[in-house]
Write a protein that binds this ligand. Sequence first.
Ligand code: ZN
Length: 345
Amino acid sequence: MRAAIFRGTRDIAVGERPDPVIQEPTDAIVRVVLACVCGSDLWYYRGESPHAAGSIGHEFIGVVEETGAEVSTVTRGDLVVAPFIYSDMSCPHCQNGSTISCVRGGNFGDGTIDGGQGETVRVPLAGSTLVPVPGTGHSDQTLRSLLTLSDVMATGHHAAVSGAVRRGDVVTVVGDGAVGLSAILAARRLGAHRIIALSRHPDRQVIAKEFGATDIVGARGDAATEAVMEMTGGIGADAAPECVGTAQAMATAFAVARPGSTVGMVGVPHGDVPVAQAFFRNVGWRGGPAPARIYIPELLDEVLNGTINPGLVFDYETDLDHVADAYAAMDERRAIKSLIRIGSL
Ligand SMILES: [Zn+2]
């Protein structure tokens, strides 16, 4: 089968990998329909985080081709959403809501295990990992939104949940990438009254507003903090989802969070939490990689009934042959998020 192969910094190309086969009775083989590039893939692409040579990609939806003998929750022909981590949903960590730490789990596209950016994927622990999508004849717009549940929308939701967004809150979302935009949508779902989006890009501001942002702040750093403090009467935000991971983004999130609030952190950290500042203002933080498998069912229902349309984050589309373009477009900020159309229903 053909798949994206990570070969090194700024070197991704389509190549051949072995056709996946059932290896364990808990496996399923999924034919990928839509995949995409994650912001975390860009860290690898830019050489800022290590990644083994080989398979890559962890966000995909597809159709089940074959199941192992112990898989009973999905069957051949099912359209499924794959969370970016596979998990058993029964170990102590899964039972406590941290599927990312599943004792039997693992990452798709880690160099050896099949990645989402390929024609076919062997999914371990398929029965507890894959979420079947009810119904048939879904529109392309619905499919694009379903794809976001694999990671980006689940991660934005995790930022809002980790930041303890409550009904009536004033929320400041740090980051206007696809995750930050998703966090705006998630904050609106959770009932935020006012959502201040920090964004300097007109195209992203449009989506931010579509997703529920009530205010846009175009400044960065100290100027952004000053603007938010002025808008909130000097108090700060009730919640501050941090969706970038750089030191500056973290500093901004902790500065705009009001005393006693929580920063929800989902940006892969490439800097340090300002501990002393957080301590003296009683600001906490929670977050990390999202337990997407746990969030998918409730978000899936809202995608299918049209309540949310997170697929709007995809503003660039290509195919597997042009996977390098999908990365370059995001790297060069020509795209918010790149969709890779691999198969059809
Ligand atoms: Zn587990």
